[in-house]
Design a protein around this ligand. Structure first.
Ligand code: GSH
Length: 203
């Protein structure tokens, strides 16, 4: 029995996308941070950070969306989403870590302070800083995509899934990606995959 704890409107969606790509069976326990459900004692036993997502699989518990995705892809993918040699594995990890460590924070700050937070909580200084921080990071991704349709091994891997999931929301919130045509085309390619589209269906 595999359960993913977390509202699909959170980083939980990175893991749901992975499970859909891999064709795995799963249940979603749609607990919501907004409703304070991640701070309840029964949830803190699973994830002492009080954050989503958390994976529970036959008594095995794992948190951090990237670690969950590595675990699922390495052990269930038969090469899908993952690598066929150590160099590709290292490159997939490089792009995923780059996404989680460098891109995620300014991307989330941008979304929150552009339109997700209630208006009185939005700060223009944070929005502008996020916008500026993203520029050199997007230039790096644009440079990589100038040479191919995907980030690693010319096929869709966890590297693409991770970065596309992170960059989807700033674009939806209005971040101007027109200076980065390769990113725009690649995002469309990734987000139009059947597994991603299936995520909007009831789980
Ligand atoms: N690095 C963590 C971040 C998890 C995270 O920040 N989750 C947010 C939702 S997207 C959350 O649970 N927030 C609840 C809170 O801050 O109380 C991961 O990728 O799993």
């Amino acid at each position: 029995m595999r359960t993913i704890h977390g509202s699909p409107f959170s980083r939980t969606n990175y893991v749901i996308w992975t499970m859909k790509e891999l064709g795995l069976d799963y249940n979603v326990n749609p607990i919501s941070p907004m409703a304070g459900e991640t701070r309840k004692p029964e949830y803190l036993v699973l994830n002492p950070n009080g954050l989503v997502p958390t994976l529970e699989e036959d008594g095995f518990v794992l948190w951090e969306s990237l670690a969950i995705n590595f675990y699922l892809a390495k052990n269930n993918g038969n090469g899908k989403l993952w690598a066929d040699n150590p160099h590709h594995e290292a490159k997939i990890m490089q792009w995923c870590i780059f996404g989680a460590v460098n891109v995620d924070k300014p991307a989330v700050d941008y979304i929150l302070h552009k339109n997700a937070l209630p208006e009185e909580m939005r700060e223009v200084a944070i929005l502008n800083a996020a916008e500026q921080t993203l520029i050199p990071l997007l230039q790096v991704v644009e440079g990589q995509l100038a040479d191919g349709e995907y980030l690693v091994d010319n096929r869709f891997t966890l590297a693409d899934l991770t970065l596309a999931a992170i960059l989807d929301y700033p674009r939806k919130s209005g971040y101007d990606l027109s200076p980065y045509p390769a990113i725009g085309a690649w995002l469309d390619r990734c987000l139009n995959r059947p597994a991603r589209i299936a995520m909007s269906a009831p789980v």
